[in-house]
Design a protein around this ligand. Structure first.
Ligand code: AMP
Length: 281
């Protein structure tokens, strides 16, 4: 596996692949890799001749009071995991290379970037869209892989790819979970043993919501309340949002008539966790 840090080198490598007629799969990440990332790598390897994994903790998608400085960084383990998954390239650009002095161009995401995560984290999706566009342009992948775990991110990336006609196919892979249902996340390592037990409540609440819809509940407020009540039983958990939303617009629905997505953001102590579950009535 090649570890590439320079943008120029990355472009050269990708050009070489294309010249040889080899398809390129791309898995953008922020590192502190776990099996959720692993599943994206395996999906990419199945589908493409070569796979590039990037690790870049993107400063522009973190708010001023968020955890950019303390976001977990673990380059050695990350490289080992990528090697085990037989990745071709691990691309690790520096923040100075991605945003050189004077960098002044951003992608503005519309309404879908302003609700939910975007409402709690203003500017977050502009940062995500901008870095994904920059990375797409460096790697120029045929297919890029994203996790359903970050549901709103997949909607934003899909929208941008279509709006800007990027010649990239976006593939979304299912959320990989721990035994108790907790979605794997780099931030889970911040949880104390006690908090880790509490964190299982997100998936339980989503399951509860799904169960209510399965039993015929069509009032979104009732489904939302069922999820909320379950989380409120955990004193250490603080809900940021718990909603039933349209799959594409992410607007909250009042009546459940078609497929919806249940979305949660919950703080457990100092750690902020998100999860979601698409449900068909
Ligand atoms: P991150 O490093 O957290 O920015 O995530 C990089 C990519 O991995 C994103 O497309 C995430 O949605 C995806 N991802 C993170 N956690 C999981 C998970 N538990 N299951 C599936 N994909 C995931």
């Amino acid at each position: 596996m090649k570890i590439i840090k320079s943008i120029r080198q990355m472009q050269k490598w990708a050009d070489g692949q294309r010249r040889r007629g080899k398809s390129i799969g791309f898995v953008p990440t922020m590192g502190a890799l776990h099996d959720g990332h692993g599943s994206l790598m395996r999906a990419a390897a199945r589908r493409c001749d070569s796979v590039v994994v990037s690790i870049f903790v993107n400063p522009t998608q973190f708010g001023p009071n968020e955890d950019y400085a303390r976001y977990p960084r673990d380059a050695e383990n990350d490289a080992a995991l990528c090697r085990r998954e037989k990745m071709d390239v691990l691309f690790m650009p520096t923040a100075e290379a991605v945003y050189p002095e004077g960098h002044d161009t951003k992608i503005r995401v519309g309404r879908i970037g302003e609700v939910l995560e975007g409402a709690v984290r203003p500017g977050h999706f502009s940062g995500v869209a901008t870095v994904v566009a920059i990375l797409f342009e460096i790697v120029r992948p045929d297919v890029a892989f994203f996790g359903q775990k970050d549901y709103q991110q997949t909607v934003v990336v899909n929208r941008m790819t279509r709006d800007l006609n990027f010649p990239v196919k976006i593939v979304v892979s299912p959320t990989v979970r721990e035994k108790d249902g907790l979605a794997m996340s780099s931030r889970n390592r911040f949880l104390s043993a006690e908090e880790r037990k509490t964190a299982g409540v997100l998936f339980k609440a989503l399951q509860k919501g799904k169960e209510r819809i399965g039993q015929g509940e069509r009032d979104a407020a009732a489904v939302r309340d069922a999820m909320t009540l379950l989380i409120l039983e955990e004193p250490a958990a603080r809900i940021e949002y718990a909603v039933v939303a349209n799959l594409e617009t992410l607007e909250e629905v009042s009546e459940i008539k078609e497929r919806v997505v249940l979305l949660l953001a919950v703080r457990i102590g100092r750690t902020r966790l998100i999860d979601n579950l698409p449900v068909r009535p």
